[in-house]
Design a protein around this ligand. Structure first.
Ligand code: SF4
Length: 290
């Protein structure tokens, strides 16, 4: 798909998804702090934004400050990640980030970076291990640094792939999306693709019949064509077989020797010997025995 047609395709998809999922514009609210955006990114990857928001709320309500999270056991941090897949691994990443941050700055505030040019801010942030994840990096750019980024995780990647938007790597795919979707729609577009991936474009067999994009989605179109071909092959096969039989009628049963076929209707040698041979069937009755 050419870049221009990708942009048009994604605009059309955005319009249809917006009609279906009716976003409430929660993404228009204030930016997150850089620290919160890192934690949000770690929590949000491959799960819903509701789960990630709940985790942020639990950290806010359950701890005095981020330093308390830094010195907590992994099991305690895990409790704040209830409902999120791989909580232990995420708890370790969050605590590691807080420890790195404290060791370098003796504090928990990175917001001065939000005032710097994006490239400069990223150069500093990418020295933290948490930023080895492209998803976390893109989340921080979008949610805290005011840049244009569309984070892609496995869930959104699956839906985009079925829609025919594919690239060799996630950063390349992200670059395509960021060119095609304007910055002021980036966050909402991401929410809509997430809704799609969690509603109809689920893992395993997608529920295309319920999907707003089924008329434009290459996966759904190919699936429909395949099903139609299978249905039509199921109907056509018997008549083709009949045609074959008509073109090559079976030889008439031999009347003076044993039958060469296993058909029980054929005369046995004993019957031939004791009874008069049956009337020779007409060619029609041989072709269509009824
Ligand atoms: S039509 Fe099916 S495959 Fe395509 S996006 Fe919708 S659910 Fe996914």
């Amino acid at each position: 798909m050419a870049t221009q047609s990708k942009a048009q395709f994604l605009t059309d998809a955005y319009t249809l998804l917006r009609r279906r999922y009716k976003p409430k514009g929660e993404q228009d609210s204030a930016r997150l702090s850089v620290l919160k955006a890192v934690v949000y990114g770690i929590c949000h990857e491959d799960t819903t934004r509701e789960n990630a928001n709940q985790a942020l709320s639990r950290f806010k309500d359950g701890y005095f400050d981020w330093n308390e999270v830094r010195v907590s056991d992994i099991d305690e941090i895990r409790e704040s990640l209830a409902g999120i897949p791989d909580p232990e691994e995420r708890a370790k990443r969050i605590r590691k980030f807080l420890r790195q941050l404290f060791n370098r700055t003796y504090g928990f505030n990175l917001d001065a970076l939000a005032k710097k040019p994006l490239k400069e801010a990223l150069k500093v942030l990418q020295t933290y291990e948490a930023f080895s994840s492209d998803y976390v990096t893109a989340t921080v750019i979008q949610q805290a640094l005011g840049g244009h980024a569309i984070p892609v995780d496995h869930e959104t990647h699956r839906a985009l792939e079925r829609l025919g938007i594919t690239e060799a790597t996630i950063p390349e795919l992200r670059a395509v999306l960021e060119r095609a979707v304007p910055k002021n729609r980036g966050a909402e577009f991401l929410d809509l693709i997430e809704d799609l991936a969690n509603d109809t474009c689920v893992e395993g067999e997608p529920d295309c019949a319920r999907c707003e994009l089924r008329k434009m989605c290459p996966y759904a179109i190919a699936r429909k064509e395949h099903e139609a071909a299978a249905r039509s092959a199921g109907k056509v096969r018997p008549s083709k077989e009949r045609e074959k039989e008509i073109e090559s009628p079976r030889p008439a049963p031999a009347q003076d020797g044993p039958s060469t076929t296993a058909s029980p209707k054929k005369s046995t040698p004993a019957r031939v010997a004791k009874e008069p041979p049956p009337a020779k069937p007409s060619p029609r009755s041989k072709q269509n025995p009824k």
